[in-house]
Design a protein around this ligand. Structure first.
Ligand SMILES: [Zn+2]
Ligand SMILES: [Zn+2]
Length: 99
């Protein structure tokens, strides 16, 4: 009976990770004045960068520069206000005309 080593899955305490350095914002985008789409938080150092959907991809850049592989996706706190993507609708029905 030597089952001492076991890693509990799904029992990660948030206290083990450093707090985000720039909560709710991409650190580099704040400096450069650019915009981001979604954020990823580095669980190794607390760096917050924008994901691959963003034009600058600072999270990926941070991963390459710092070598920190642990990134957590951060959902932007979006409320149902503002622009929302609209596909189709009453207008804009594609009119396929035969040549
Ligand atoms: Zn960014
Ligand atoms: Zn990091």
């Amino acid at each position: 009976m030597g089952e001492a080593v076991s890693t509990p899955a799904g029992d990660l305490a948030a206290a083990d990770f450093p707090p985000p350095r720039t909560p709710g914002a991409c650190e580099e985008c704040l400096k450069e004045g650019t915009r981001w789409v979604e954020l990823r938080e580095c669980q190794a150092c607390g760096h917050v960068g924008c994901c691959d959907s963003s034009p600058r991809q600072h999270a990926t850049k941070h991963f390459h520069e710092a070598g920190h592989p642990v990134m957590l996706s951060v959902c932007p706190a979006r409320r149902g206000r503002g622009v929302r993507p609209r596909v189709g609708g009453e207008l804009g029905i594609p009119d396929i005309s035969m040549p």
